[in-house]
Design a protein around this ligand. Structure first.
Ligand code: SAH
Length: 215
């Protein structure tokens, strides 16, 4: 697993690209500058790892575009020591960004092979989020409540069960909409039945599916 000077240089360029696109949180930019994104991609995509683009990670899924990762993370306003639930582990890249920000990370993936791949790869890079194989729509009741919840796949609506598993004062960020286009939504939980919702523009994600994958 090589992280060369060239990779580091390309990564700094990516950080500057994302900064220019409007990401201001220095801790998030630092994390993107630190995490070797090329090691999360299949070798055939190595050359592209530091372009600000999503890429296939197998099984019809993608690693999100770095700008989108940074944008969602900024909306989440993660503070050191917070418990963060991610739905859609995918490559595990986003989970590593959350760990770099000092969060305790719980991440759920419905695709068994992706779950296994992340579980093997991440510790070799020094990252140890708590990874789970299952349907993220159900959250993780045994570990709830969470301070922050991040959905990294497109949902037609906000899963109510996830709002229940959010601490009062906590924030949930998710792309909500149809398969073509979603609005990035952030919701702050004021109390058990009071929520403050904001919209942050259009994005396109792979879908949040029901239940576990059989393949
Ligand atoms: N956060 C990822 C990118 C996620 S792509 C990264 O950093 O690489 C969306 C992921 O959500 C895919 O891996 C997909 O398999 C997963 N997914 C879709 N429906 C799900 C569900 N119901 N529960 C958990 N994961 C789900």
């Amino acid at each position: 697993m090589i992280d060369s000077f060239r990779h580091k240089g390309l990564r700094q360029q990516l950080v500057e690209d994302i900064r220019e696109k409007g990401i201001k949180d220095e801790n998030i930019l630092k994390s993107i500058g630190k995490i070797p994104r090329h090691l999360f991609l299949d070798s055939s995509f190595l050359e592209y790892a530091y372009q600000d683009k999503p890429f296939p990670i197998g099984f019809g899924q993608t690693i999100s575009q770095p700008y989108t990762v940074a944008f969602q993370t900024e909306l989440l306003q993660v503070k050191k020591g917070e418990k963060v639930l991610e739905i859609g582990t995918g490559s595990g890249y986003q989970a590593c960004i959350l760990l770099e920000l000092g969060a305790k990370v719980f991440s759920v993936e419905r695709h068994k092979k992706l779950y296994q791949k992340a579980k093997t790869l991440l510790p070799t890079l020094g990252y140890r989020p708590k990874l789970f194989y299952g349907d993220g729509n159900k959250g993780l009741p045994a570990f709830a409540p969470f301070d922050k919840i991040l959905i990294t796949a497109a949902a037609p609506e906000i899963p109510q069960e996830l709002l229940r598993q959010l601490n009062p004062g906590g924030i949930l960020v998710a792309p909500i909409g149809n398969l073509e286009l979603q609005q990035m939504i952030s919701i702050q939980k004021i109390s058990s039945d009071k929520f403050n919702k904001q919209k942050h523009g259009s994005f396109r994600f792979v879908p949040l599916l029901e239940d576990k994958a059989n393949d």
